[in-house]
Design a binder for this molecule. Structure first.
Ligand code: ZN
Length: 282
């Protein structure tokens, strides 16, 4: 599932092709993704210009000259590809997109074709008045996101006070931090030396300071890794947002901790796998 860094990578890959460009036409191959596509979607988007492509948490927001925001979410398996009008024939990705799942196709000024492919269809696209983004319900109540000015040690310290749940679950709460998902929570807790099982209310203080730094670092590094992957992916397939990471704990159950050599453990919390080192993380 794409997390914040992957979505930011997609944004950075799409921006040069879409920002400042008119959308010449839109082809819908089905009426719905996770939700029905908005009424007259193709009509309302065609002929407008994308003034800016921004991101909030895991939402891509294309600011259209019509005054609408085109809000796009990749869900579990959504991906965008950029091509010159014909599908590239040779996919080097381990799971090449199946054209059968090409649901929305944008023809963009300048000759590029931006295709949204999503086998599981948990992604969605919506139109919402730009002037009223603060009222967009799917983002209301979201906390600050990593690397933003509002996300700080002080904020995290306050947010964790009085929370009796495990720190892992609290960090996944989008009201506490927006856009943080399972992978990067596991990685940040490892860096900060905090067990995912630790009660959140015992983290404030020095531990929270370390955790805030760790969260920003793992996100910053992942975005940098994604950025360096953009040119490779463009060359190979035009596909954006899925790239190889090297994780310290995520998906490494039984493998040695890179710091102490103890086997990485996996437990299930709130239905999600947590990976951690029982020696380094307390
Ligand atoms: Zn360890």
């Amino acid at each position: 599932m794409p997390e914040l860094p992957e979505v930011e990578t997609v944004r950075r890959g799409l921006a040069p092709v879409m920002e400042g460009k008119a959308i010449l036409s839109v082809i819908l191959n089905r009426p719905d993704l996770r939700f029905p596509l908005p009424a007259r979607f193709a009509d309302r988007v065609s002929g407008t210009r994308i003034e800016k492509l921004s991101r909030r948490a895991k939402f891509l927001v294309a600011e259209l000259s019509s005054g609408d925001a085109l809000i796009m979410h990749l869900g579990m398996s959504g991906r965008f590809t950029i091509s010159d009008g014909t599908r590239p024939g040779d996919f080097h990705h381990e799971i090449p997109p199946n054209p059968k799942h090409d649901h929305v196709i944008f023809h963009v000024e300048g000759g590029k074709v931006v295709t949204y492919n999503d086998p599981r269809r948990f992604g969605f696209m919506e139109l919402w008045p730009l002037q009223q983004m603060a009222q967009y319900p799917r983002l209301s109540g979201y906390g600050p996101e990593p690397l933003s000015n509002t996300f700080s040690h002080a904020w995290l310290n306050e947010a964790l006070k009085g929370k009796s749940g495990p720190i892992k679950s609290v960090l996944l709460d989008q009201r506490v931090i927006a856009g943080l998902g399972n992978i990067y929570v596991c990685e940040a807790l490892y860096r900060a030396g905090i067990s995912p099982r630790r009660r959140a209310s015992t983290v404030p203080g020095q531990r929270a300071a370390k955790l805030a730094v760790a969260i920003n670092d793992v996100i910053r590094e992942a975005i940098a890794a994604g950025g360096s992957s953009i040119s490779d992916f463009k060359a190979a397939t035009g596909e954006l947002g899925y790239f190889q990471h090297t994780f310290s704990v995520y998906d490494r159950e039984g493998k040695p901790c890179k710091s102490c050599g103890a086997p990485i453990r996996r437990i299930v919390q709130s239905g999600r796998s947590s990976f951690y080192c029982g020696t380094c993380q307390r």
